[in-house]
Design a protein around this ligand. Structure first.
Ligand code: AVJ
Length: 319
């Protein structure tokens, strides 16, 4: 499902029947879950921006340092003049920082939070009048087809920030295989992937001292309350974010502080004290496994750049 981003979209609920079904299924499951995409309403997107400023949250800063240090090399590998398609563009800042080097002919910013990306593009159009820009509100996680507003030129997908980590490795391979199919025979992807590291660093990044990640996680319940008329009491829940070494992933959960019953349009559920709702996985990869994932998805990993601690990898992979 895909819509062009106009201010009207902000008020109009899109694909709400599917969302309601998905939320209902997850809330009724023996081990309750809510998809991480519901973290990103307008406030959630702002809270994520704040997370990126935290001293504990190393991924954004580390990735930015790689782009800064190797920008020229990255542009040589990825080429200029492409249609740059930003998957999960958010405030578009990461892509915009690369515009002077990548010099895209067109910039297509895709995000689930349409109002957020719309505001960001309005500002960017003034700074870079020579680049054609398009904002698309869509959930590209399950399937996507690019609309006619996307130019026919060579496609460079931009998937930074280790967003790929939200998928299980199998789902990630499915996603990258679909992405590969959208690349033609001359396109590619510039992807940022968080690498495995010590548990203490990971735990701190997902359970910060200020409690911003806690607010980000809890805000998902406010979003769900609005979407399906649920009555989650935010104060009855607690953020949990920690590395699960056996699974190679960070897990975020919301834990009930006391026994309670939650109602929503078409359902209800009792949660015992301490019972959890799983809200996010964030997989951490070994560099070789990240390359293997891209190659199994039909890409050729052309070039890998990392920081001195090997905490994060930026990979250019070609069709
Ligand atoms: C945007 C999915 C890459 O997994 O690090 C940040 C989201 N969750 N803190 C991540 C997130 C908690 C982030 N991604």
């Amino acid at each position: 499902m895909l819509t062009s981003c106009t201010p009207e979209d902000v008020a109009a609920p899109r694909h709400s029947a599917h969302e309601a079904d998905e939320l209902h299924t997850g809330l009724q499951a023996p081990a309750a879950w809510i998809s991480p995409k519901y973290l990103y309403d307008a406030l959630g997107s702002k809270l994520f921006e704040a997370i990126c400023e935290l001293p504990e949250y190393y991924p954004t800063r580390t990735e930015a340092s790689i782009f800064e240090r190797y920008g020229a090399e990255i542009a040589r590998s990825a080429g200029t003049g492409a249609t740059l398609i930003d998957l999960g563009a958010g405030n578009c800042a990461k892509a915009a920082a690369l515009f002077p080097l990548l010099q895209p002919a067109q910039y297509v910013a895709i995000d689930i939070s349409t109002d957020f990306v719309h505001d960001a593009l309005a500002r960017l159009r003034q700074r870079f009048p020579q680049i054609a820009m398009e904002a698309l509100g869509m959930d590209f996680s399950s399937s996507f087809e690019l609309p006619p507003q996307v130019n026919a030129g060579r496609r460079l997908f931009f998937y930074p920030g280790s967003s790929i980590g939200n998928f299980t490795p199998d789902e990630a391979q499915g996603f990258l295989t679909r992405l590969r199919a959208q690349c033609g025979n001359d396109g590619g992807v510039l992807i940022g992937i968080d690498l495995a590291k010590d548990a203490a660093t990971l735990d701190a990044a997902y359970d910060d001292a200020l409690g911003v990640t806690s607010a980000f996680n809890l805000n998902l319940l406010r979003h769900v309350n609005r979407l399906i008329d649920a009555d989650f009491d935010i104060k009855g829940w607690q953020h949990r974010g920690a590395y699960n070494a056996a699974m190679g992933r960070i897990e975020m959960h919301l834990e009930a502080r006391s026994a309670q019953t939650v109602h929503w349009r078409g359902g209800e559920r009792r949660f015992e004290a301490g019972e959890r709702i799983h809200t996010e996985n964030s997989y951490k990869y070994q560099q070789a496994d990240a390359i293997g994932l891209l190659e199994r998805s039909g890409f050729e990993a052309t070039h890998v750049w990392t920081d001195p601690q090997s905490w994060f990898a930026v990979i250019h992979a070609q069709a």
